[in-house]
Ligand binder design. Structure first.
Ligand code: NAP
Length: 314
């Protein structure tokens, strides 16, 4: 800070709550914080709504019996947060200093925001397989978002890797465009909820490669084939395919935050009231160590975090 800047407690850019991440947890915290008359800033690096805006359809959020598209849900959350007075700014997290009574967040392009409290709702990023060709062919046939890229593979053959809810949901979504989806899973049964499993198993354009792992993605300018191996087998085989959608889990986006307790995977450990081990710093949504990572639990976390921030400020 330059010598002429006012001290943090008197600055215009000092908010009651700075929220990192504008997904369902962050925006719900913004709604509750704004409704409690607190000044709230949300820093989001993509579209408001976060990952949910790239989800085709949300069909398990209470109150939406017919489901709602991810993008519409995200827009509604954003509108509601703005309605209650939150400021939503686009930017990445450069550095965070959360140890003192004023929390400082800086972006890589040189902006700084200050908060009396901080709510960390940065969610997770896709996990990579770590096999050859994965990084090089990312965006050239390898994708992490069927909703964004699925239409590029109209009448083609694609692989989906993974066996959880994301893999199952996105494989079903891809059947709208592609001729064939080959679901490659390392075990002989899916982890996804039975409802999704049944829809997938019954689908005529979905095939399964069980007990199979990906060894390499191959292609010059774009993905051409995938080298796979049966678990417990020494031999590899090739699958021709135009696209591969990776859904092998998520990793928490928490590396920027020091001084709070995390578990071995990097998920932030909180109390039931979303408190981290740093005073005035709360965590909400998928970034927390928790049992169930869903939009509805993220929203609940956000509400609790905002009310705890209010209590902390009082
Ligand atoms: P996930 O539930 O962790 O599933 C990851 C899948 O990838 C598992 O099937 C796992 O295999 C497989 N996998 C992990 N590492 C692998 C590796 N190195 N090589 C090959 N396969 C690997 O992740 P997710 O599906 O992204 O879901 C994340 C969270 O979001 C979950 O809590 C999920 O319930 C939730 N979610 C909910 C909805 C919904 O409610 N509509 C939709 C999407 C996601 P194993 O099964 O053998 O472990």
């Amino acid at each position: 800070m330059s010598g002429t800047s006012p001290p943090p407690q008197n600055r215009d850019d000092l908010y009651d709550i700075v929220i990192l991440g504008g997904g369902p947890a962050g925006l719900t915290a913004a709604i509750y914080g704004g409704r409690a008359n607190l000044s709230v800033l949300v820093l989001e690096h993509m579209l408001a709504g976060g990952e949910i805006s790239s989800t085709d359809r949300l069909d398990n959020y209470p109150g939406f019996a017919d489901g709602i598209t991810g993008i519409e849900f995200a827009e509604r959350l954003e509108k509601q947060a703005l309605h209650f007075g939150a400021s939503i700014v686009t930017g990445s997290i450069g550095s965070v200093d959360a140890a003192g009574s004023t929390k400082k967040v800086s972006t890589p392009d040189g902006r700084s925001y200050y908060g009396r409290t901080l709510i960390v709702a940065t969610g997770t990023n896709p996990r990579l397989l770590g096999v050859p060709g994965e990084e090089r062919l990312r965006g050239k046939g390898i994708s992490f978002c069927a909703t964004c890229d699925g239409f590029l593979f109209r009448n083609k053959k694609v692989a989906v890797i993974g066996g959880g809810d994301s893999a199952a949901e996105e494989a079903l979504y891809l059947t709208r465009f592609v001729d064939k989806v080959i679901l490659i899973h390392r075990r002989d049964r899916l982890r996804a909820v039975p409802y999704l499993q049944e829809k997938l198993m019954d689908h005529p354009r979905v095939e399964f490669l069980w007990n199979t792992v990906v060894k390499e993605f191959v292609g010059e300018q774009a993905l051409e084939k995938i080298i796979v191996q049966k678990v417990g087998d020494d031999f590899t085989s090739e699958i021709e395919g135009d696209g591969a959608f990776l859904y092998v889990g998520r990793v928490p986006n928490s590396a920027f935050l020091e001084g709070v307790e995390k578990d071995g995977q990097g998920y932030i450990i909180t109390s039931e009231e979303m408190e981290t081990t740093l005073p005035g710093v709360f965590a909400a949504g998928d970034i927390r160590r928790k049992f169930l990572r869903q939009v509805v639990t993220a929203a609940a976390d956000g509400a609790i975090a905002a009310m705890m921030a209010l209590r902390y400020l009082d």
